[in-house]
Design a protein around this ligand. Structure first.
Ligand code: GDP
Length: 365
């Protein structure tokens, strides 16, 4: 499963947010394939379509799809030099698919800020510089390893040379690999180097309880937004403390709480959706009387691969899929009516599954 790592300087609210995630926690029994690790929190992906399908099909149970967040504590200035167990944390970041960077945008005199005052852009730069330095070290190693291979006209080393040169130049200017204009071929090579600063990044502006309803007036949030816009990244605004409190409520209580606060969607829900987007993920559904369920897949996946998410046997023995788009199923009112209206398609191995498809896989065992 894909995972987004939560990073940030000390005292910005990472643990509070991660607590909210684990407390809100998806029922682990439903997700046996998810990682069992104290540093991994699994949350359900909110999806109104699932409620609608449940109304329609009236199954015995309904299971949302889930998303994993990994808590990566402890990045500090100097991490790339191994300070404060730095290298270990950087190694953890290497294993995640996207980075969510929590940034402190709340002023609270009782909570020490590691560098003296609240200054979100400077905080972001501290973290990003550590990532850049770590990447710089990896490519320097690569460049010196390739030196000999280049003399032998090694094909891979020759192909890597211009990419490594672009990377080095960017890193020397303190820029992230993400902001480099690569050709498609170059990007493929760059991706093979497993760089930290090539991973998609989402900034999470953590504001105080009394500012969440009117986050636009928080100057720190504006600074983060400006920075992110210049770096091709998104920002979401949360109040980690409120999320932690809200994580213990049931859906109805949660809605009332949100209304009271004057916000439409919980920060956690926004965070999950944003991470989903960032990673190019989408959802398809299975809708039987036993179970209505949402499944996460990567956009562009074909029907057999999507079947394989449920079980590898489904992929191996794939024959075809019966598919109806969510909207068309809802419009028809029932699976039988959708069939009658000719909305249920038979799709083969080459079918590219779309977000919202309701799938029934036919397979040989
Ligand atoms: P971490 O070091 O980044 O994991 O930070 P913590 O989650 O431990 O938070 C540091 C301190 O900031 C704790 O005392 C939290 O209660 C407090 N804190 C975290 N989020 C918020 C918030 O949204 N509002 C306020 N006022 N305090 C917060």
């Amino acid at each position: 499963a894909l995972t987004a790592g939560i990073v940030g300087l000390p005292n910005v609210g990472k643990s509070t947010l991660f607590n909210a995630i684990t407390k809100a926690g998806a029922e682990a029994a439903n997700y046996p394939f998810c990682t069992i690790d104290p540093n991994v929190g699994i949350v359900e992906v909110p999806d109104e379509r699932l409620d609608k399908l449940t109304e329609l099909v009236e199954p015995k149970k309904t299971i949302p799809t889930a998303f994993e967040f990994t808590d990566i504590a402890g990045i500090v200035k100097g991490a790339s030099k191994g300070e404060g167990l730095g290298n270990k944390f950087l190694a953890h970041i290497r294993e995640v698919d996207a980075i969510t960077q929590v940034v402190r945008c709340f002023a609270d005199d009782n909570i020490t800020h590691v560098s003296g005052g609240v200054d979100p852009v400077s905080d972001i730069e501290v973290i990003n510089l550590e990532l850049v330095l770590a990447d710089m070290e990896s490519i320097e190693k690569r460049i010196s390893r390739n030196a000999k291979l280049l003399k032998q006209k090694d094909k891979d080393a020759v192909a890597e040379e211009p990419v490594l040169a672009k990377l080095r130049e960017a890193f020397e200017n303190g820029e992230l690999a993400r902001s480099i204009d690569f050709t498609e071929d170059e990007l493929k090579i760059a991706k093979s180097l497993n760089l930290l600063t090539l991973k998609p990044m989402l900034y999470v502006a953590n504001v105080s309880e009394d500012e969440i309803a009117d986050a636009a007036s928080n100057e720190y949030v504006q600074q983060v937004r400006d920075y992110a816009a210049g770096h091709d990244s998104d920002v979401i605004v949360v109040c980690a403390k409120i999320e932690e409190e809200m994580a213990e409520l049931d859906d109805e209580e949660k809605e009332m709480f949100l209304e009271e606060l004057g916000i439409e969607e919980s920060g956690l829900d926004q965070l999950v959706k944003a991470a989903y987007n960032l990673l190019g993920l989408a959802t398809y559904f299975t809708a039987g009387v036993q179970e209505v369920r949402a499944w996460t897949f990567k956009k562009g996946m074909k029907a057999p691969q999507c079947a394989g998410i449920i079980h590898s046997d489904f992929e191996r023995g794939f024959i075809r899929a019966e598919t109806v788009a969510y909207e068309e199923l809802v419009e028809a009112g029932s699976m039988a009516a959708a069939k009658e209206a000719g909305k249920v398609r038979q799709e083969g191995k080459e079918y590219i599954v779309k977000d919202g498809d309701v799938m029934l896989f036919r397979f040989n065992v």
